[in-house]
Design a protein around this ligand. Structure first.
Ligand code: AMO
Length: 473
């Protein structure tokens, strides 16, 4: 038995084959007996015959039921069952009668079906459903998220989450080839890593604790301990007040940290990883992209197709100071030292479509753990840092940088940023006994998936998003 991507699946108690496998390799299976299971996407036919269109996670296949060939009661139950009921059928694979084609027209490829000898309804779907699976009726995002278990049955949504899994797989795969070790940091923590304002407090027995905003301090401690190259894929929690298309209160952060490396070195790791992800999707998962594009073409007005263009390396590096000049030259009133917001990033993206790095931010805008070199100053004498962002178009994908490994400077940074060094001794002590220069980044997985799938909102590519107004399902 094989999956959508040719992966080997062992037969189970409920099926010997997948639907996609029979639809794709029917010629090899003609006359064999198979057992398959799936959702009833359509049930047609009157009298003594019934056409049941089944769907599973790998594709679709028609089952042809004849009253004379099977248990009569089961036949009648299936013929009148609701769409989306889950049904198991056993039967023989056959080639469907080819459709008549006009002279000169090409013959379509052969199609297969199962001629059913036995069937079982495994679970009846209630009707009406809170939203349709194959209907073209527009359903608003909140209703879809309330019913994600049904929304996910729609092929383009299902494709997005299969792609999400692939992106994580290819990302991990790439980092492992570069010698990174997967780590897991605690999600219950005692002090902030990304500033004290957007923490979720929790009660931890007799004491106060917080949900982790980032694995930042722990991935650095792993480096100080000699793990050299680490990565982590895990949840980050932020009590952000923003309710935007790209902010959630819980998101998956894909982080790396690397010893004996600076900002340039880890930007290079990032672009190689993204190139590997795009290349692998282009080579292996075009059918998932096609499913998304089928849906896009059906929209009113149709949405342009998403294409997986493997980015060339290196990605452009647009230093913060240059970015400010680009924005100023576009007629916008912005000063060195101010934040580059999404509408500003549009002006940079006009010059650098695709992925681009924004290295060398002002130190005052970066967290305490970012490294700076006292000689590197901006146009107005402001201190530059070794912190960078990676953007695609208007959206930030990643933040990262070289880290401050000089313990006295690190403590000074904490003080400068209004944090109490006493709260961070578990971290700063790690730097007292020999600390290699190191660097890393954190990538927002949902943001990257927005680029790959053409989704306009991070909620589209997060199964059960958590935002300002949603903690269920
Ligand atoms: P930062 O806070 O910039 O950096 O987060 C890293 C990346 O995570 C994503 N992200 C979010 N995605 C969805 N909803 C949110 N509320 C949200 N906040 C952030 C973004 C962002 O670029 N410790 C550093 C990383 C490092 O230097 O290694 C950090 O957390 O895509």
């Amino acid at each position: 038995m094989t999956g959508r991507d040719g992966s080997a699946w062992q037969p189970t108690a409920y099926r010997t084959h997948t639907l996609g496998e029979i639809a794709g390799n029917g010629a090899d299976l003609v006359d064999s007996e198979v057992t398959v299971s799936g959702y009833a996407e359509a049930v047609r036919g009157r009298g003594a015959i019934c056409f049941l269109m089944l769907r599973d996670g790998t594709g679709h296949l028609q089952a042809f039921l004849k009253k004379d060939n099977m248990d009569e009661d089961t036949f009648t139950e299936i013929q009148s069952t609701n769409r989306e009921s889950v049904i198991q059928v056993t039967g023989t694979v056959a080639q469907k009668r080819p459709p008549k084609v006009k002279e000169g027209e090409p013959t379509p490829p052969p199609e297969y079906e199962i001629q059913v000898s036995g069937a079982t309804i495994l679970a009846v779907a209630e009707a009406p459903m809170p939203m349709g699976v194959t209907d073209k009726v527009h359903v608003e995002l909140p209703t879809r998220l309330d019913n994600r278990h049904i929304d996910l049955r729609r092929s383009h949504i299902n494709a997005m989450f299969q792609l999400r899994s692939k992106v994580l797989q290819y990302g991990r795969e790439h980092l492992i080839t570069e010698g990174f070790n997967e780590m897991n940091s605690p999600k219950i923590i005692a002090s902030a890593s990304e500033g004290g304002t957007n923490l979720f407090p929790i009660k931890y027995f007799e004491t106060d604790a917080y949900l982790s905003q980032s694995p930042q301090l722990y991935k650095q401690l792993a480096i100080l301990g000699g793990l050299e190259r680490v990565f982590e894929v895990g949840p980050a929690f932020r009590a952000e007040e923003h309710d935007t298309y790209r902010h959630l209160n819980e998101f998956i952060s894909f982080d790396i940290e690397m010893a004996f490396a600076n900002d340039n070195d880890v930007m290079a790791v990032q672009e190689r990883m993204i190139q590997h992800i795009w290349k692998s999707v282009a080579e292996n998962d075009q059918n998932l992209i096609d499913m998304i594009n089928e849906w896009r073409a059906e929209q009113e007005p149709p949405l342009p197709p998403v294409t997986v263009e493997v980015p060339t390396l290196p990605f452009p590096r647009v230093e913060y100071s240059e970015a400010i000049e680009i924005i100023q030259n576009a007629g916008v009133n912005i000063e060195w030292g101010e934040d580059i917001e999404a509408h500003h990033a549009d002006m940079i993206a006009a010059k650098y479509p695709g992925f681009y790095f924004l290295p060398r931010w002002p130190m005052a805008m970066k967290p305490f753990y970012i490294y700076h070199n006292a000689d590197e100053k901006g146009p107005n004498g402001g201190q530059l840092s070794r912190g960078f962002d990676l953007n695609y178009g208007r959206d930030e994908m990643t933040s990262g940088g070289q880290r401050e490994h000089r313990v006295d400077v690190l403590i000074q940074n904490l003080e400068n940023m209004g944090l109490n060094p006493a709260d961070f001794t578990f971290y700063t002590d790690g730097f007292r006994f020999g600390a290699p220069p190191h660097a890393g980044w954190g990538l927002g997985v949902a943001r990257l998936l927005m680029v790959l799938t053409g989704a306009g909102n991070v909620r589209e590519v997060v199964l059960f998003p958590r935002d300002r107004s949603r903690v269920t399902p």
